[in-house]
Design a protein around this ligand. Structure first.
Ligand SMILES: [Zn+2]
Length: 456
């Protein structure tokens, strides 16, 4: 059964810089600068208010009414040259930062930097050094970007009069009449409705446009229906695949196959190590040093792109071949801090891979099942279910004492992960649907509240 579902997606395109007008480049740089300025003005405003109120930490931030962007525009007239929506989004980002501090941080911890500066006597501890406190955005190390929203004419659904339009390969933005040419590697769906666009500049100086859009797809609902009604017969016919994270091979699946992590990617990593070694022998801030740094930044971006390419292709391949994929809910951050495993983990981006799988499975009407991280997947024999506590991280192969099966560590784990995933699939799916519904309800509430506000 096919059911229409509204999907939200984004697509990132590189901007064809050779054809970009000098004025366009200036316009983008102005926007990057102005959004950063607005963010920093809000940070400054907040710090002043907090100082006056005598806030020292330990509690959520007092309720402070932030001034409107227009006030800053009067003070700094050059802000008027930038895209007004971009500046509003900077305010929104700042409000989100405050919300993050209030809701997710513990208001007592200081950052390592603040503690170091306190010990060296450069700056005494204050609320400015609390973890999660909104900070000034630096021009030297900052990420260059600004986001603008698409506005549609009130009457009718006239997409041609929208403020952001993608016509052929040319993207038109507010205040940018000439538009910019994109390298369109993949077309947007015909019924795509653009929500917002983020223009960014990477560390190697390349410009990108990331387009967020929504569109309607007809989705296969059999998986959902079977899961909701807990139809065990139907669930039994689904193609399940278990994946176990493997340090050397990226992953091993429940059929014993290893991911084919391309060798050329390793070569780039070796090259990076060489460049960094060379850099360490150069005089800090000399022109050779700067040249080398530019090379390294370029290679970093290249490696990241190679990795992403692998992850996207591999996840697409798996999602088209299987209905449900099961992984372990590893705490990747904790693993990353564990040195012996860490480097490889950051290198091959297993977290990114899991996200890509989840995204693509959801588009198909399925779900990525994550099983509990304490589930003893590698210690249990998949033939008879005997648990063997002697299997530690270093053991690659072992023999089951009960049934005598010879087990490859990763393959055995993947088979167990698959079985456990199959067992909890229905309940996991139900929980996921509930979460999904809650998110939808929340979004609807927000938009209706906004409409009311507009009407008032
Ligand atoms: Zn056994």
């Amino acid at each position: 059964m096919l059911v229409p579902v509204i999907m939200h997606k984004s697509e990132k395109y590189r901007i064809r810089e050779k054809k970009m007008l000098a004025a366009t480049r200036v316009f983008f740089m102005q926007n990057f600068g102005c959004t950063r300025k607005v963010y920093n003005l809000y940070t400054d405003y907040l710090y002043n208010e907090l100082e006056e109120l005598g806030y020292t930490g330990g509690d959520v931030l007092p309720d402070i009414k932030l001034p409107e962007v227009t006030r800053f525009k009067k003070e700094y007239p050059y802000l008027k040259r930038a895209d007004a929506l971009g500046l509003c989004n900077a305010k929104q980002d700042f409000e989100d930062a405050i919300k993050h501090f209030n809701e997710d941080c513990d208001h007592k911890l200081y950052t390592k930097r603040a503690i170091r500066r306190n010990e060296s006597g450069t700056e005494p501890l204050s609320f400015r050094g609390l973890t999660g406190m909104p900070k000034f955005h630096s021009k030297a190390q900052g990420y260059f970007s600004y986001t603008t929203n698409c506005q549609y004419p009130k009457e009718g659904n006239n997409l041609k009069r929208a403020t952001i339009r993608l016509q052929g390969n040319t993207l038109y933005l507010p205040k940018l009449k000439d538009g910019v040419e994109l390298i369109v590697h993949r077309k947007l769906p015909d019924n795509a409705v653009i929500g917002s666009v983020t223009i960014s500049m990477d560390t190697d100086g390349a410009f990108y446009a990331s387009i967020e859009y929504s569109y309607t797809v007809m989705m296969e609902m059999e998986l959902r229906d079977a899961a909701i009604s807990n139809n065990t017969e139907a669930i039994g016919s689904f193609r399940f695949l278990g994946l176990d994270y493997s340090q050397s091979d990226f992953y091993v699946d429940s059929e014993g196959r290893k991911a084919n992590y391309p060798h050329c990617y390793r070569e780039s990593e070796e090259k990076l190590a060489r460049l960094q070694r060379e850099l360490s022998h150069m005089v800090n801030d000399s022109s050779n040093y700067k040249k080398q740094l530019a090379k390294i930044r370029k290679l970093h971006v290249h490696i990241r792109n190679q990795r992403k390419d692998f992850i996207e292709k591999e996840s697409t391949r798996l999602v088209s071949a299987y209905d449900v994929i099961v992984v372990e809910d590893l705490d990747l951050r904790a693993l990353g801090q564990c040195l012996s495993l860490g480097k490889n983990l950051h290198d091959n981006g297993f977290g990114m891979f899991r996200n890509a799988l989840a995204r693509k499975l959801e588009q198909k009407g399925s779900v990525l099942v994550k099983i509990d991280k304490w589930y003893p997947s590698s210690k249990t024999c998949h033939c008879c279910g005997t648990k063997n506590d002697e299997v530690t991280l270093g053991v690659r192969k072992w023999v089951c004492q009960n049934c005598g099966a010879v087990l490859d560590r990763d393959e055995n784990a993947a088979i167990n992960i698959k079985a456990e995933g199959k067992r909890i699939f229905a309940e996991y799916f139900a929980a996921w649907l509930e979460k999904d519904q809650k998110a939808r309800d929340k979004a609807e509430k927000l938009s209706s509240a906004r409409k009311k506000k507009k009407a008032a």
